[in-house]
Ligand binder design. Sequence first.
Ligand SMILES: NC(=O)c1ccc[n+]([C@@H]2O[C@H](COP(=O)([O-])OP(=O)(O)OC[C@H]3O[C@@H](n4cnc5c(N)ncnc54)[C@H](O)[C@@H]3O)[C@@H](O)[C@H]2O)c1
Length: 276
Amino acid sequence: MDRIKDKVTIITGAGSGIGRATALRFGAEGAIVVVTDIRASTAAATAEEINKEGGRAISMAVDCGVESQLKDMIDNTIAQFGRIDVLYNNAIKTADMQKKSDDNFLEFDRSTFYDIVDVNVLGGVLASKCVIPYMIKQGGGVILFTSSCSSLGGDVAQFSYGASKAMVNWYVQTIATTFGKQGIRCNAILPGVIQTPSQKAWSTPEMDKEFLDLQNVPRLGLPEDIAALALFLASDESSYINGTHYRCDGGMTAGVPFVPLMRKLLLPQKAKETNE
Ligand SMILES: NC(=O)c1ccc[n+]([C@@H]2O[C@H](COP(=O)([O-])OP(=O)(O)OC[C@H]3O[C@@H](n4cnc5c(N)ncnc54)[C@H](O)[C@@H]3O)[C@@H](O)[C@H]2O)c1
């Protein structure tokens, strides 16, 4: 407990899923949490939950695709609390807010790509631009991004999403190298399959079963798994860690790609032969 006591922490996209779970965990650990989301009501609900449990939180409606709102988020937090110890860039342009689907390469659409990059990449990069001068002045700070395992390889869908997360990985390393000497640490978390509202919206029980086969643990991920890693990366316990991409994916990317196939086909066959 109290690993980030009194640290002023801004979390974007914290009205739902990973952001919400992280806000609740940080609140329980004594942080002062600035809960932000494009949806004012869900941000307010998360902050209320923290306060009800005896924590300290306020909420702000912030669209991460609008630079002036990112600047206001940082300036208003400074005005209220005098410092910002942690900025967690977590929001994404969710599928239900996109003008068009991103799943057909042959209908690749510039405006969809830019919409996604505006929130998923620039949302975090521009918020970092605004917060870094304050962090330098106060002697340091922590910036986190939620990236994705989708940044690690080719895909057959979400043609702008994976690219946006690969860009996030680059900026994480670049912020770490550019400002590390001034006490700023910047790290990324790469979730695997995490059962959040947006994951549940596009997945089906059949898909979840297949996803489970890809994991090297007995269950799918929960938002609280990411919150636990974010807590470590935000706390002083990780003060020697900078510019990394941490996978939190149930070991999904640990094996060679054909492990699930071997499990399904080869291992039962071998077991059968041994029993004969
Ligand atoms: N759930 C997964 O399996 C998974 C896997 C890999 C990476 N991620 C990443 O985790 C992060 C959180 O995703 P989640 O699954 O918790 O989703 P979620 O839908 O539960 O939460 C996303 C939140 O972002 C908010 N949002 C949408 N557009 C916004 C904008 N323009 N400005 C500010 N807020 C905005 C939504 O209102 C919502 O509250 C994302 O960066 C996502 O890419 C999730």
